[in-house]
Design a protein around this ligand. Structure first.
Ligand SMILES: Cc1cc2nc3c(=O)[nH]c(=O)nc-3n(C[C@H](O)[C@H](O)[C@H](O)COP(=O)(O)OP(=O)(O)OC[C@H]3O[C@@H](n4cnc5c(N)ncnc54)[C@H](O)[C@@H]3O)c2cc1C
Length: 357
């Protein structure tokens, strides 16, 4: 059986930062990602990041990814396994993974799970027609593979992801016919909403999709206005001709490995679903298993990076690599506190309070 001091599952911003911090402290790290390309969500984010300056706000996601990847590849303490999916984890810190055509087992001293999140689906008629996409899939198609999903788009959801992907669709030459939002107010930042509105895209709040039209693929969508109880108002149905329906209705943390090892889990709506209970060092209730990033609750890349640093630092310190531990821990905890302060962090603060309570 192979061995590792610290195994990290997931090479997004959380996993990459966990690996770098733990390796710089002196620990031997093995970093796994099921994709052939390192970086998680960052590889498709061509827009400049918002968030904290320390976590590269103002820089494009793809550039942040390139900088972190370069550091990782140069670090001799990090062994990188791409196209390698961790399929199982056990309480005694053995993990099983698939790499190429081989199944391997690895005995680890510590495991950090930074598997990210998956996109939520929405129930409506014909939602399995070709042409109904998740916003993340549309971003991957366009920004990684250079393929546009169609010509005319209906975006469902006005959070930051829905607004940013709408803008990127227009940059790629598609027409966004409308963005609809079930809530009475726009979910994302005003700056993103104003940008798409200036380009002529209507944002219809208190609206939902009832049905996708078409037989072989999407040809249109029936939308409707919602009342204050979020029920469709009869008589307000309207057809919009589109060939793409893009869903941006939230993400759920990917937590299968925590369930497998028997971590205590709680369903916390503001964090996006079930998440593992953990302490301030991000260690779960199963000793030696840590969580970081969207897997701990859906947030954003800046938070994922800081959480990765906290988990990497904690795991390394528990193995005796504890140089400047107190100082670095204080710094990272302060950074995450600042990031989550103010109105933008309200939902996360609320979620963390419920988790702690
Ligand atoms: C359209 C869009 C725009 C965004 N814009 C911003 C922004 O401007 N600013 C910002 O701060 N945030 C932004 N975000 C949010 C940000 O991208 C995420 O919060 C962040 O990527 C989460 O990082 P992560 O490392 O936790 O997860 P991810 O980036 O999702 O990475 C998880 C990685 O784990 C791998 N993985 C999963 N399971 C396994 C397994 N079993 N074995 C091996 N590997 C596995 C996946 O392949 C993936 O590479 C945006 C998100 C989207 C979708």
């Amino acid at each position: 059986m192979k061995t590792a001091e610290i195994a990290i599952v997931g090479g997004g911003p959380a996993g990459m930062c966990a690996a770098l911090v733990a390796a710089k402290q002196g620990a031997k790290v093995t970093l796994f990602d099921s994709s052939k390309i390192l970086g998680g969500q960052l590889i498709k984010q061509t827009h400049r990041f918002f968030g904290s300056e320390k976590e590269h706000a103002g820089t494009r996601g793809i550039q942040i990814c390139a900088m972190l990847e370069e550091e990782i590849r140069k670090n001799e303490n990090i062994e990188l396994h791409l196209d390698a999916t961790v399929l199982a984890a056990y309480e005694d810190k053995i993990i099983a993974y698939e790499e190429g055509d081989k199944y391997e087992k690895m005995a680890c001293k510590k495991v950090i799970v930074a598997t990210g999140a998956s996109e939520k689906m929405l129930a409506f008629g014909n939602n399995d027609l070709p042409g109904v996409y998740g916003a993340g899939a549309v971003q991957t198609l366009m920004n990684v593979h250079g393929v546009v999903p169609g010509q005319k788009v209906l975006m469902i959801g006005s959070g930051n992801i829905g607004l940013i992907v709408s803008y990127q669709l227009m940059q790629a030459g598609l027409k966004v016919e409308a963005i609809i939002e079930a809530a009475p107010t726009i979910g994302g930042f005003k700056v993103h909403a104003s940008k798409v509105r200036r380009m002529g895209v209507p944002i219809l709040t208190s609206h939902t999709i009832l049905e996708a039209c078409g037989t072989e693929c999407v040809e249109g969508a029936i939308i409707s206005q919602l009342d204050e109880k979020w029920s469709p108002i009869p008589g307000t149905e309207k057809r919009i001709d589109v060939d793409v329906i893009c869903l941006s209705v939230g993400l759920s943390p990917l937590t299968e490995l925590f369930w497998q090892v028997g971590c205590e889990m709680k369903h916390i709506s503001p964090l996006g679903g079930h998440v593992p209970v953990r302490d301030e060092n991000l260690e779960t209730t199963v000793s030696g298993f840590y969580v970081a990033g969207d897997a701990s609750g859906v947030e954003e890349a800046s938070a994922a990076m800081i959480e990765g640093k906290i988990a990497g630092l904690s795991a390394a310190a528990s193995l005796g690599y504890d140089q400047n531990y107190a100082m670095l821990r204080k710094e990272y905890l302060e950074d995450i506190g600042i990031l989550r302060s103010g109105p933008v962090g309200e939902k996360i603060r609320q979620g963390l309070q419920i988790l702690a309570g």
